[in-house]
Write a new protein. Structure first.
Length: 547
């Protein structure tokens, strides 16, 4: 009902835009000074990261003047940053009702809709913003993030370049623009950003240190050695602990030392234990914090350099890997995790029923030269999210991103939203409107966010233990009789582990309602084109025939 109201209001605003702009200036009222003072105080609290306190202050301003625009938009953003996307939508809709022709209001509405995963509505709001104000930075940044998620990198770059041309010193513009630069120019750009008035994240501080320590070194490109462009790799069960199956893993040789790593489409890069790193003689570069699902916070780790990595009959040289002190690896058959995104320059075929992974060349785009294959080995969680088109630009190259290409034989594949290493699949729960699920072979069971579960199913307490990169999850529930539909598959009446996924959703900037885990995916052959944001799911019988 809320979305329908938004669209009716939006249509009405377009019809009345001309008359609104020509309205009598005498009808404009002067905002109450006390209300504006409350807004300024709320803005300061928001800048300090005190989002719930800012919410209270914005609400104080609205008690004085219920349609004060900066208070309404500030409230919507503060609620969003406080992890309350539903309340943020209510606030944004209220602001839009009061100010249907306001570019700042429309931009905030788009931001809230994007965070909730309502991509089409967000794009419409951003475009409407630019029709009113063609210089609105927030709308261009919103379109940049939205088009990147769609793997429309050329369109994203055009939006970002327009924002950069308008205001290159805007902090949000600086951070996104950094990703378009050759690596040799990133340190100076990042330091310019870090010198601003905002509080930089720990991941950015770690990335700055990494760039400082490797600034004078050649690019660690992890490029393939020899002329081999495809391979088959045997997968085998990983237990945590035995006999509990955690997933499927593969053998990876790091500096000629063999290790078994869990193949994880929900993780990024190559992550190995400190013990395995010591055996392989990896060179320490810089300390970092490693985190993920769990309530125990980040734990220590570091980035290291491997001279050689071999997988199947492919060999790669000069690769960055992440080393972790995660204690729980001691209970597992695996020495770490292998994010499937490390193979993003290949067409990745993970045949889970037959325990086999195949790597082959991506379809050649019309007019393209053959790309150099490499492993995307650096852990993307410890640097700004870099899309497949912009990573590690070498001297002499310029940034020429390209939009998603759908090859003729891939027209039936499922488009997914990509956020760094994460592939988010549109999924329906009990015939609900589509929400976004993470494709996650490293999670044994399907999971639901607490928010999504309570909206669509019966939720009960569970004694099940859940553990991720950040330790154990404190509050775990079970959702009963959930129908899950994605691509052309339907799994009825399944039970799903349920816990709070808001930390991941907030870090990505997009609502993640659950994960498609190994127990479901193990029946499927999954082919992934990371470059173009496309995934094909096929059920294969014992004779290898797809259904």
């Amino acid at each position: 009902m809320i979305r329908r109201t938004v669209f009716l209001l939006f249509a009405a605003s377009v019809l009345c835009l001309t008359s609104a702009l020509q309205a009598d200036d005498s009808k404009v009222t002067t905002p109450n000074a006390e209300a504006l003072a409350a807004v300024r105080a709320a803005d300061q609290l928001k800048a300090e990261g005190k989002f719930q306190d800012a919410v209270v202050k914005y609400q104080d301003a609205l008690k004085i003047d219920k349609t004060l625009e900066p208070a309404q938009t500030g409230l919507a953003v503060a609620l969003l940053r406080a992890g309350k996307p539903d309340a943020a939508l209510d606030a944004a809709v209220a602001a839009f009702s009061a100010h249907p022709d306001s570019a700042p209001v429309l931009a905030v509405l788009g931001r809230v809709q994007f965070r909730r995963g309502d991509m089409a509505e967000a794009e419409q709001a951003y475009q409407a913003t630019l029709q009113i104000d063609s210089k609105n930075i927030d709308a261009y940044l919103g379109l940049t993030r939205l088009y990147r998620a769609y793997s429309l990198y050329a369109r994203a770059y055009m939006a970002l370049k327009r924002a950069h041309d308008l205001d290159p010193k805007n902090s949000d513009v600086q951070l996104l623009w950094l990703q378009t630069l050759p690596r040799r120019d990133r340190l100076a750009a990042l330091q310019a950003y870090m010198s601003g008035p905002h509080q930089p994240s720990s991941s950015l501080q770690h990335y700055e240190t990494y760039l400082e320590k490797t600034h004078d070194e050649p690019l660690h490109g992890c490029k393939v050695a020899g002329n081999v462009d495809q391979t088959e790799i045997k997968l085998d069960y990983v237990h945590d602990p035995y006999p509990h199956i955690e997933g499927l893993g593969m053998e990876l040789k790091v500096n000629d030392r063999s290790h078994v790593l869990l193949l994880d489409t929900g993780a990024s890069g190559i992550l190995i234990s400190r013990k395995a790193a010591n055996k392989a003689g990896l060179r320490h570069i810089t300390d970092i914090a490693v985190g993920g699902i769990g309530d125990e916070g980040d734990h220590s780790g570091y980035l290291a350099l491997a001279g050689k990595i071999k997988v199947g009959n492919l060999e790669f040289h000069d690769c960055i890997v992440t080393v972790t002190d995660r204690a729980s690896l001691a209970d597992s058959d695996a020495d770490g995790l292998l994010g499937a995104d490390v193979f993003a320059s290949y067409l990745v075929d993970i045949d889970l029923p037959h325990k086999m992974m195949r790597l082959s060349p991506l379809p050649k785009r019309p007019g393209d030269e053959e790309a150099v294959a490499k492993l995307n080995s650096q852990d993307q969680s410890d640097e700004p999210a870099v899309d497949a088109e912009s990573a590690d630009i070498t001297p002499g190259e310029t940034y020429h991103p390209k939009d998603r290409y759908v090859a003729p034989d891939m027209k039936s594949w499922t488009p997914v939203f990509r956020f760094g290493h994460m592939l988010l699949v549109p999924t329906q729960l009990n015939a609900s409107k589509p929400v976004l699920f993470l494709l996650d072979t490293g999670a044994f069971q399907n999971t639901l966010s607490t928010r999504a579960a309570r909206a669509t199913a019966k939720v009960d307490a569970s004694s099940l233990g859940v553990e991720g990169e950040s330790g154990r999850v404190a509050d775990v529930y079970r959702a009963e009789k959930v129908d899950i539909q994605f691509a052309h598959f339907h799994q009825p009446n399944t039970n799903a582990v349920t816990f709070d996924l808001s930390n991941i959703s907030n870090s990505v900037g997009m609502e993640i309602s659950g994960t498609l885990g190994f127990n479901l995916l193990s029946m499927l052959d999954i082919r992934i084109d990371y470059r173009d944001g496309l995934v094909d799911f096929a059920y294969r019988d014992n004779h290898g025939v797809a259904h």
